[in-house]
Design a binder for this molecule. Structure first.
Ligand code: SF4
Ligand code: SF4
Length: 288
């Protein structure tokens, strides 16, 4: 199973849940891959302490125009869906940070004036955290394009990782924008972590709009700090027919463990048991 753990906003406990599930599955002897796809702030390694074994640089293929061949026809700018190209006074201008490296401009240039060059934007790292295979992407400081780094991370390590008896946990970036879409694409199901507050509900609605409504993925909800706030999230989930599969009460020991880089389920055994139970629930939903 490929399970993406996401949240509409940061600070809900998403990474705590992702780590807890990975550790619970590994403790049961399952083959577990953990992918930290939050490439702008990858912090799961602070809790899982992997020993790094591999590293590689990644980026996007940017178009490069040969001015000797270019006639300034403007076809490349017309076909660019991301407005990354403009033709001004017969010269092609490229806005690097908008380019997705899709190659359309190169294929459509009637003069064959465009080639591609690799523009590195981040790095990938992989290793082992005990029995867990761990990999993460890291976007270079000052770069704006997280999706290509996430795409390369998944391409590098995800193949076959969600097969029978295996669990791949994808720790998604917070929010509901392009990096989250890139992370969720291809997942078998999505676990949305939220908290019982008006902000939690608002951001959960956006995340459901993306995961369930736009991408068509099965969705479950984890309610963190479930004994605080109000019951609006519970009522919303009931109305929408979305199962709340785990409720984690506020526990000062969990917050302290998090601040010290200790996996919360390690510090609070009941949390570990709750994650093992959650794995059974999710396996039941997948039919195996
Ligand atoms: S499509 Fe080719 S020839 Fe036309 S402006 Fe772009 S690079 Fe130049
Ligand atoms: S590679 Fe794609 S995104 Fe980049 S400039 Fe060309 S058409 Fe636009």
């Amino acid at each position: 199973m490929i399970l993406a753990v996401a949240s509409g906003k940061g600070g809900t406990g998403k990474t705590t849940v992702a780590i807890g599930l990975a550790r619970a599955a590994a403790a049961e002897g399952r083959t577990v891959l953990f992918l930290d796809c939050d490439v702008e702030a990858p912090n799961a390694a602070l809790f899982l302490h992997p020993e790094w074994e591999e590293e590689r640089r990644v980026g996007v293929l940017l178009p490069e125009v040969d001015p000797e061949k270019c006639t300034g026809c403007g076809r490349c700018a017309e076909v660019c869906a991301y407005s990354a190209l403009a033709v001004v006074n017969g010269k092609v201008l490229l806005f690097d940070d908008l380019c997705h490296g899709c190659g359309s401009c190169m294929r459509q240039c009637p003069e064959k004036a465009i080639t591609e060059r690799l523009h590195t934007t981040g790095s990938l790292h992989a290793g082992r955290a005990g029995a867990i295979l761990f990999a993460r992407g890291v976007l270079d400081v000052g770069r704006a394009m997280a999706p290509p780094v996430i795409r390369e991370l998944k391409r590098w390590k995800l193949g076959g990782a969600g097969g029978p008896g295996r669990l791949a946990v994808l720790d998604a970036p917070p929010g509901a924008s392009c990096p989250v879409v890139e992370t969720l694409r291809g997942a078998d199901r999505v676990l949305l972590v939220t908290e019982p507050t008006p902000f939690g509900l608002h951001d959960l609605e956006q995340a459901i709009g993306l995961a369930r409504d736009a991408l068509g993925l099965p969705v479950d909800v984890v309610l963190n700090r479930a004994d605080e706030g109000d019951d609006a999230v519970e009522r919303f989930c009931e109305k929408e027919g979305i199962p709340v599969v785990l409720r984690i009460p506020f526990d000062r020991k969990i917050a302290e463990a998090y601040s010290e880089g200790i996996a919360p389920d390690h510090a609070v055994p009941e949390v570990g048991r709750a994650f093992r139970d959650l794995l059974l629930v999710l396996a039941g939903r997948e039919g195996g």
